[in-house]
Design a binder for this molecule. Structure first.
Ligand SMILES: CC(C)(COP(=O)(O)OP(=O)(O)OC[C@H]1O[C@@H](n2cnc3c(N)ncnc32)[C@H](O)[C@@H]1OP(=O)(O)O)[C@@H](O)C(=O)NCCC(=O)NCCS
Length: 170
């Protein structure tokens, strides 16, 4: 597919039936992908674990998850299939997921990202996340550092009518 109409992409909660396609996205996006079993375990903890998918013309093209731990949303995964990147799908997933987290009581959100992952770092910085700490050589496959980022203000995500990129004026 050459272009994706914004209206053609729906951001909706993930169901167990979506798992085959979520694994397709996961395996295309990470060198150490989560296994089917790991995802299945997440579904056993619905109070803790929440996942959204981006669906485009019946296919899952991206997904994002978080754990709700008291007032904190701990982002566990975010990926968009390589064929669908740079079309704001990642940003829409981030926005919808943090909206959900906020509506469930989260006051702030955190994540870790590889130091070399420029696309993800830019996405998070653009949307209010700040670097707070570095875990040296956290990733065992290549000894890469993990950057710990926090977003301490989820209020802008509470307004579903606000669009991504408008956070500065929120
Ligand atoms: C990170 C990822 C989810 C971004 O998804 P995406 O749908 O391509 O991103 P979007 O089109 O929504 O981009 C939103 C913003 O992110 C940043 N961004 C995304 N891709 C970028 C790239 N290749 N280079 C620079 N900035 C980028 C930009 O700030 C962009 O805003 P802009 O379009 O106004 O410049 C995607 O690259 C991905 O799945 N990567 C592999 C998995 C991964 O690294 N996940 C994050 C783990 S922490």
């Amino acid at each position: 597919m050459k272009s994706v109409d914004k209206e053609a992409v729906a951001i909706i909660p993930m169901r167990l039936e979506d798992l085959d396609e979520v694994l397709w996205v996961e395996r295309s996006s990470f060198r150490d992908p989560w296994t089917r079993t790991l995802f299945e375990e997440e579904f056993k903890n619905p109070d803790l674990s929440h996942f959204m998918i981006a669906r485009c013309e019946k296919h899952v093209v991206g997904y994002m998850g978080f754990w709700l731990i008291q007032e904190e949303a701990h982002i566990t995964n975010l990926a968009v299939h390589p064929a669908f990147r740079r079309r704001k799908i990642g940003e829409r997933l981030l926005f919808a997921t943090l909206h959900l987290a906020s509506s469930l009581g989260a006051a702030r959100a955190t994540l870790e990202v590889r130091a070399s992952n420029e696309p993800a770092k830019r996405l998070y910085e653009k949307n209010g996340f700040q670097l707070v700490a570095v875990r040296r050589r956290y990733y065992v496959d290549n000894n890469e550092d993990a950057l710990i980022m926090w977003c301490n203000e989820l209020a802008p995500f509470r307004h579903p009518w606000k669009k991504q990129g408008e956070l500065e004026s929120a």
